[in-house]
Design a protein around this ligand. Structure first.
Ligand code: NDP
Length: 292
């Protein structure tokens, strides 16, 4: 069994990005600028945004957090988004989700300039995935593609099962792997909460990508020997006796599935660290497209 090390791979990618950013700075140009829009005070969102800011600054990016009160009106937030679209010194920005209930997230995402949409959530960028055109890939599926690519895992002609069909992980992932190109060409099945007899599909799969948010969901009896397992799930479960009282686990029963797998990502240390690295890669691309 080969452990797919997302921590190391993301560090390699960040180093590659840093080389590019160093060149930019040495040529006396301004560094790429990433903005995170944070509405309200949700601790998980705050912690995600802080870690994105820290990672960006470490690579030499300029990084800013625009914080807004959770009672901000939808109209005012849309105004702020329009300002970011018009600001040439901002290369890319993300609006941290979830937004408060009184704000229509889809409306906000639609208002983002697709050329600055480094999360890749705008329908224009999602549409580019379907039409196989270059654009921003959502960071988590992009990170999974990089892991598959850097570990030289063949996808052509393979049976891939993607469990989960969200717009930020499962659905783009399934389309990317079925595209007619190197690193694609797989025969992809998408499973979700209405899928019947999931085990019939999972036992046929050469590669299984799980993104559902259900701890230890995929068990060893559901997979064949030598399967490639990519676990995007991040679940916090009670861990009495530990310092924090909880621990993070994936959607896969790692302990038992790893005994049958050819390759497997751990949680933590698998897909998770890749997400920020790919967000930064998208921001560098946005900067390069911004013709600085
Ligand atoms: P969503 O809640 O948006 O989507 C979950 C998907 O899983 C849905 O399509 C749902 O089906 C499906 N699903 C739920 N239960 C089952 C089940 N029992 N059997 C089959 N399918 C099921 O989640 P996300 O895609 O946003 O996130 C999924 C997981 O990935 C979470 O643990 C999240 O924390 C993690 N994540 C990790 C990231 C990272 O950086 N590594 C980034 C983003 C997410 P249906 O459509 O029918 O409801």
């Amino acid at each position: 069994m080969i452990l797919i090390d997302g921590k190391k791979t993301s560090a390699d990618i960040k180093n590659e990005i840093k080389v590019e950013v160093d060149k930019i700075i040495q040529s006396n140009k301004r560094p790429p600028h990433l903005v995170a829009v944070l509405v309200g005070d949700d601790p998980a969102s705050r912690s995600y945004v802080n870690s994105k800011e820290k990672a960006a600054e470490k690579l030499g990016f300029k990084s800013s957090i625009f914080r807004f009160d959770e009672n901000i009106s939808e109209a005012k937030l849309l105004e702020e988004v329009a300002k970011l679209n018009d600001d040439d010194t901002v290369d890319g920005y993300i609006v941290q989700l979830p937004l408060p209930k009184h704000i229509d997230s889809q409306k906000v995402i639609l208002a983002i300039d697709p050329n600055k949409d480094v999360d890749g959530f705008h329908p224009m960028n999602l549409g580019k995935i379907i039409t196989n055109m270059p654009g921003f890939l959502p960071a988590t599926p992009y990170g999974i593609l990089e892991l598959i690519n850097r570990y030289k895992i063949e996808t052509e002609g393979k049976n891939v099962l993607v469990i989960g069909r969200s717009l930020i992980v499962g659905r783009p992932m399934s389309i990317l792997l079925s595209q007619k190109r190197k690193g694609g060409n797989a025969t992809v099945t998408v499973a979700h909460s209405r899928t019947k007899n999931l085990k019939d599909f999972s036992l046929q799969a050469d590669i299984i990508i799980v993104a559902i948010g259900s701890p230890h969901f995929l068990t060893a009896d559901m997979v064949k020997q030598g399967v490639v397992i990519i676990d995007a799930g991040i679940n916090s479960i009670d861990a009495p006796g530990t310092k924090r009282g909880y621990k993070l686990v994936g959607d896969v029963d790692f302990e038992n599935v790893s005994k049958k797998a050819g390759y497997i990502t751990p949680v933590p240390g698998g897909v998770g660290p890749m997400t920020i690295a790919m967000l930064l890669k998208n921001t560098l691309l946005a900067y390069q497209n911004n013709k600085n």
